[in-house]
Design a protein around this ligand. Structure first.
Ligand SMILES: C[S@@+](CC[C@H](N)C(=O)[O-])C[C@H]1O[C@@H](n2cnc3c(N)ncnc32)[C@H](O)[C@@H]1O
Length: 416
C-alpha cells in the first residue's frame, strides 16, 4: 500500500522518537517482519489509518520508502480497533517488560469499558455479567496471578516512570514490594507518637541508659564505638567484650522491628562484630560498606609499598528485615571529605554530610534514631538538618558538655 494513503495519529514524543530510531536500524538490517494493520477511513479519496504497528509505520516513513505491506480492515468500531491494536502488539513478543504490562492493562481496561466491572467491583444490583481479571487472563491464555501482577506493575509504572529503567519484570516486582513496605514505614515514622526521650542527650554508660528506655522505640542507629586498638591502648586488660557488646544487647531491645544500624568499625572490629552481633539477634551484612575519605591521603605511617589509609569501614546490621530507603540498589561506597583538623571537636569526628547520607538510607522525616557512642554529637546535627529525631549517649563529661554546646542545650538530664 502507498504510504501517502495512510495516516497515523502517534505523537512524536522523545520516547517514541528514540524507539523509532531503534526500529529504523533493525528494519534497515532485517526488513519489516510483520505487515502493519490499517483500517479504511474514507473511500474517496481513499485513506487508511494505522491501528497496529504505528512506530513501524513512522520508521518506514522516515526511511523514505513509498510502499508498506499492510493488513487491511474495514468497518470496525473504536473498541474493535483498540482490541486489534493491543493483540497485535502483544503478539509481537520481545517487548520491554513495561510495554508488555501496559498492553495487558490497556486490554483489561478496554474489556471493562465494554462489559462493565468484574464481580469484585460490580455494584450489587448490576445485571451486567462484568469483566474481571480472570477473563483477561483467559483471553490472553495467561495465569490469573501473572495478569494481576502485570496490571499492578502497569499502575506503578504510570505513577513512577523511572521504574521502566529496571531490567526485568521480576526485579521490578521486587522493587515495588519493597517500596510499598518502605512507604508504610515512612507513614509509621510520621504518625507514631514521639517518645519523651526524643532529642535528648544523656550523660553516662550507654548500656545502663539504654536499659532504662522503653522497648522498640528507635527507627535507626548510627554509631561509632571505640575501636579495639584504642581501647587496648587505654587499658590493655580491657577487652571489647567488656564494654561494647552489652551496649549492642541493650540497643537491640530498644530498636524497632524492621530497623537498621550503621556502625563505623576497624578491620578487626568488623570481623568481631560480624561474628558476635548475630548471637544477640542482629543480622549483619556480610561485607562492610566503605567511607572513602576524599582528599585525606597522606604518607604518614605508610610503608613505601603500602596504599594510603583513606577509608573507614562501616558495618551494616538490621533488626528484622527492614527495607533500605531507596528504590534502586544502593552502593556500599560513601564518598565524603573528612572534617578539617582545625574544626574537629572530637578526634574521631565524622562529617555531618556523611551521616546525613546514611540517615537518608535508613530513616525518614520524623524517624527517631540513637547514637550510644555520641562523641562530638554529629548525629544530632545531621538529624536536625534532615528533620529526624535523635537520642545521644556519651560517658565522658567534657565531651557530653561539648555536645550540649554544639546543640545549644542546657545540662538537665542525667541518667546513670
Ligand atoms: C569513636 S567516638 C565517636 C565519635 C563520633 N562518631 C563523632 O563523629 O564525633 C566514641 C565515643 O563514645 C564514647 N563512649 C565509649 N564507650 C562508651 C559507653 N560505654 N557509653 C557511652 N559512651 C561511650 C567515648 O567517650 C567517645 O566519645
Amino acid at each position: 500500500m502507498l504510504i501517502s494513503d495512510i495516516v497515523c495519529d502517534l505523537q512524536p514524543t522523545p520516547e517514541v522518537n528514540s524507539k523509532i530510531d531503534e526500529l529504523l536500524e533493525s528494519i534497515k538490517e532485517q526488513g519489516l517482519f510483520h505487515p502493519i494493520t490499517v483500517h479504511e477511513l474514507n473511500t474517496s479519496p481513499i485513506t487508511f489509518e494505522v491501528i497496529a504497528g504505528k512506530k513501524r509505520f513512522l520508521a518506514i516513513q522516515k526511511l523514505g520508502v513509498h510502499i508498506i505491506p499492510c493488513e487491511v480492515k474495514k468497518g470496525l468500531d473504536g473498541y474493535q480497533k483498540e482490541e486489534i491494536s493491543l493483540h497485535e502488539n502483544l503478539k509481537r513478543g520481545q517487548l520491554p517488560w513495561h510495554e508488555e504490562v501496559e498492553l495487558v492493562q490497556k486490554l483489561h481496561d478496554l474489556r471493562q469499558r465494554q462489559h462493565g466491572l468484574g464481580i469484585a467491583n460490580r455494584p450489587v444490583n448490576s445485571d451486567k455479567k462484568g469483566w474481571g481479571m480472570r477473563d483477561t487472563a483467559n483471553e490472553l491464555g495467561k495465569a490469573l496471578g501473572s495478569v494481576s501482577m502485570d496490571i499492578q506493575l502497569a499502575r506503578m509504572v504510570r505513577q513512577n516512570p523511572a521504574l521502566k529503567n529496571i531490567r526485568d519484570k521480576a526485579t521490578a516486582m521486587k522493587v515495588i514490594k519493597q517500596t510499598t513496605k518502605r512507604l508504610f514505614a515512612e507513614e509509621e515514622a510520621t504518625v507514631s507518637g514521639m517518645q519523651d526521650c526524643a532529642d535528648e542527650v544523656f550523660f553516662g554508660e550507654a548500656a545502663s541508659i539504654l536499659n532504662q528506655l522503653p522497648e522498640t522505640i528507635f527507627d535507626f542507629c548510627i554509631t561509632d564505638p571505640p575501636w579495639l586498638k584504642f581501647a587496648k591502648a587505654d587499658d590493655p586488660t580491657l577487652t571489647r567484650d567488656a564494654f561494647t557488646l552489652p551496649v549492642f544487647k541493650a540497643l537491640y531491645r530498644t530498636m524497632k522491628y524492621e530497623s537498621m544500624m550503621y556502625m563505623f568499625v576497624g578491620a578487626e572490629d568488623f570481623e568481631f562484630y560480624k561474628h558476635e552481633l548475630p548471637k544477640i539477634g542482629w543480622k549483619v551484612q556480610s561485607h562492610p560498606c566503605v567511607w572513602a575519605k576524599e582528599g585525606s591521603l597522606s604518607r604518614t605511617g605508610v610503608r613505601s609499598w603500602e596504599h594510603g589509609r583513606d577509608l573507614e569501614l562501616i558495618l551494616v546490621a538490621a533488626k528484622g528485615s527492614p527495607v533500605i530507603a531507596s528504590s534502586t540498589q544502593v552502593s556500599s561506597l560513601f564518598s565524603h571529605a573528612v572534617v578539617p583538623s582545625k574544626s574537629l571537636v572530637h578526634p574521631n569526628e565524622k562529617p555531618t554530610g556523611l551521616i546525613e547520607s546514611m540517615l537518608r538510607l535508613c530513616s525518614y522525616v520524623g524517624s527517631l534514631g540513637v547514637d550510644p557512642f555520641a562523641g562530638s554529637g554529629v548525629m544530632a546535627s545531621a538529624c536536625r538538618k534532615t528533620k529526624r529525631h535523635y537520642v545521644l549517649i556519651e560517658r565522658e563529661n567534657d565531651r557530653y558538655k561539648k555536645i550540649l554546646d554544639r546543640l545549644g542545650k542546657k545540662e538537665k538530664k542525667e541518667k546513670t
